[in-house]
Each structure stands twice: as C-alpha cells, then as structure tokens.
Design a protein around this ligand. Sequence first.
Ligand SMILES: [Ca+2]
Ligand SMILES: [Ca+2]
Ligand SMILES: [Ca+2]
Length: 543
Amino acid sequence: VVPTPSTEGNCNGSEIAADGASDPFYASQWHLSNAGVANSDLNLGAVWTTNKGKNIRVNVVDDGMQILHEDLATNVTSNGGLNFWVGYSGFSTSATNPTPPSSGTLAHGTAVSGLIAGRDMNGIGIRGVAPRACLAGVNLIANAGATSTQAGQSMVHDLSHTFLSNNSWGPTDKLGTLVASPSLWQSGITTASSVAFGWAAGNGARTNEAVTTGFETDNSNYDGYANHPGVMAICGVKDNGVRVHYSEKGANLWVCGFSETTTYNVNARGLTTTDLAGNVGFNTYSASTDSDTSLATIGSTYFDYRHGSYTRIMNGTSGATPLVVGAAALIAKENSLLTNRDIRLILAESARQTDASDADWATNQGTKVSGAGHYAINHKYGFGLVDVDAAVTLARTWTPVVALQTAYDSGTVSVAQAFADNDSNGITHAIVVSGNAIERIEFVEVYLTATGDITDLDVRLTNTVGTESVLAEAHNCYASSSSSTVLSSCGQTYSAWRFGSARHLGESANQTWTLRVSDRRTGTTTAGGSFTSWRLKIHGRAS
Ligand SMILES: [Ca+2]
Ligand SMILES: [Ca+2]
Ligand SMILES: [Ca+2]
C-alpha cells in the first residue's frame, strides 16, 4: 500500500485549493496541456480537479534540489532529504540556506523536481505533473566521487515514507559500451521492494549518426541500472509523439514521457520547469518580476526566459522520467491500496500506442489485469506514451495484484557453439520451462556469455507464443560522448551480462524460450564468435 509521508515541515498543504493566482509559465508547459494535437501532452484531462498527488512522497535522486526555490519550497519535506555532499550546503536538506554553486552546475535536480511537483496555483512559476506531491532531494550525483555504497543508500532512503523515486541519471551516454550496476546499488533496489523507481532510459542512441553509419549506439539494455527488473526505464518522445533522436531503444523500456519539441534545435523549446534561482543554473538571467514570461537570447545559441529562476531548455530522458514519476504520484494518490507493482501495471495498461505507424509495434500474448486484449509493445516506446487520465481512471477501480512467486531461474546453461561471421542465423539454444507457478510474467532477465566483440553481436529472445525481445543489436562504439569517430570494436564481450525485457508482461513462464546469438556484420575485428552459455530468470505472479 501507499506509505503516508511525514507531515513535518511544509509538505502538508491543501490537496486542491489554490493558495494564489494561476502560474504564469503554465501556458508554456506544452507537456501538460497542448490542446488539439494528438499525443502532444500527458492528457491530464480533469484529473487535477480531484487529485494533485498530495502527500505522495517522491525522492529525487540527482545532483541536488534547491529546496527553498520559490516554486518548490511548499512541496518539499523539510529535513526529508539526504545530503551526501555537505560542501553543497542547502541542496537536498534544509540545513543551510541555499547558496547556488557556479553557473551551469548542479541545476539538473532542481529542473527535474519542478517537473514532478512544482507548486501549482500559487501565482508564480510553473506546475508539476503532481503539483501537491512531497519532494525530498538526494544529492548523490552532485559529486563525481559518489560511491556505490552511497548509490545503494540513495535507493533505500526513508523507506517508511517513500513510494516513488526519480532517477534521471546513469552511465555516460553515447559510448555503446556495457556498464554494469554495482551490487550495492542492486541490493538497495532489492531492499526498496515497495518503491516504484522511474529510471531514465538514456540519451545515447545517436540515431542522427546512424543515418550514415547504419548502426545506432547505446541501447538501454547496455545500462545495468536502466535494465534492472526493479526499475521502470523511461524513454522520450517529442511533442508529436515520435521518439526523440537520442532516446535509446530497449526490450527493457517501460513507458515514455516527453523530452522536447520537434523544433528544439531552432528555438530551444524543451520542457519549462524550475531552475536554480537567479543568474545561475541552466538559465543565467537574473530574476525579474514573477509575471515576466518573456524570452531573451543567451549567448548566440538559444533563448530562455528573462526570469532566471525558470528555464525552457530541460530535455532528454532526464526530462521524460519525472513526467512519468509525476503521473505515478497521481495514480498512487487515486487508490491507496496500490503497490509499486500495481503502479507499473497501470502505466503499462493505460499507455498510448504513439507513432502508431512505426513498424516495430507488436502485440505480445500477455493477459492484462484490467480486461481483454494483450499488451502493445515496441522497442522504441515500451508499452507506449504515458496517458495520465487513462491511468488515473484505471487506478480508481484497480484491484491490487497478488504477490510475486519465487522467480524461475534456469541456472547457467552451457551452449559452447561457434557462430559464423556476418550470418544472421547464428546459434540458437532453447530452455524449456514447464510446471512453473508463474502464469503472469512481470519481467524477464537473460544472462549471456559469448565471445566476439559486442559491436557485431545481435541477441534476441523468442518464446512459443512468438513474442520477440531484441536484447542487443550490432552497434557502434565511440571513445567519448563527443567523439564522432566510430571505433573498430567496442573492446568488450558479453560475460554473464544481464539483459532485461519487459516485453513478456502477462505471459506464462511455461513456454520454450529460445535465445539466438549472431554476428551481424563483417569487416570489423570480430569474425564470428562462440555462444558460450546463458541463464534465464523470470519474475511474475500466479494469476
Ligand atoms: Ca507555481
Ligand atoms: Ca537560473
Ligand atoms: Ca563480424
């Protein structure tokens, strides 16, 4: 069930009543209301007339939260944050009056926070998706020296009050390499089994370069945080509902939020949200009067508001994730019986099949909780684009699902067969599951060991009912995020690498599961390889 947050401090305002006039920058928040264009906003409908997410506690694990920001303070749980870096006093806790650091730094978490729970109807600034939810900051990534111990602590912070955790961070994007999550972080996620984690899927796809190179770069499944069964990986779309160019594909994707407009490169119109107050942060103009929503040029490259405490340049899957977490707060508020697993299922069953003509849309054979039909799935969009009104409506009458069964675990199964260079047949190996209690899958994990550089390898899982999860594709690696030179190899092999798939949601575990490993391009340093072994783990419930 949904925990009751502490009512200490300021996080105890009214559920609905205005405490001021409307919010001057709301008109710029197209992601909240963009009438007349399909799939161009979150579809809040009339949800806010009865539900603004009051008292649903969200931990924002990021580079900090300016807790005394004029449009956040009312929703911040005083002393509820976790400040790892006391050198950044004032961020994430109320210990010290915030003294923003230098321009352009440590602004990310404040922008994320506003998207979740900027205070609405207070006469200033913006609105969050859940504008009366409770915010607590955890400034884990304020310092590059953050340890895996601290990452684990961030996941379990104040579990007696916390229901949601926003994580718009992860390994460096645009490299194409595998980055595992540390065991201490994984332990934290496991301990926090009642929390719904929104996790940025990643901004490393490099689809613009793929137009000429023929291959994308990062897949969200190369990120050992975003592909973990305990998190929802959140992809990003533009205001036309189509994937934004950097948003990573992945069988692990759950749902998408919005990242930016189709004209982002022309006028810098991303997501309008809170920024570090005054002339620091993303927007380095000095604060002007609260009613001033006019724009100015910063440098020669982009526009932002003259009011330096707000910005319109927030974007990325970092921006999409807090929109989905805000939606989750509204879902949680609607029905206090829900668990984090119900939140995930409601988001999946209410998501919109955006960019409907995209060739990757498929239907799995999973049984839905809420009615007939199966889940629409897409490697670019997960179960689709979040729809707040549909989700909250579903939550109202939702009966919580039964507990998880013990996970199915095949153990490591040896294959030891070589596959040829540039041959899509590759090597397949099947694991037959029968008599297992799991009849409604919630997540699938595949651990793979294979030789041959990952730059050439394609890995896909299929089952008896015909649902396919593309876990990895031939892809490009780069030496740095800013490099445009494709490396001849990634310098890595799959060594018990853990992949995740959301795509078998609602299906039975009792099927034949076939993994195909193949080399899909020639001319690189990898001339084939060997499918050494794999392991299948299935999480789910009985009914
Ligand atoms: Ca406001
Ligand atoms: Ca600023
Ligand atoms: Ca090859």
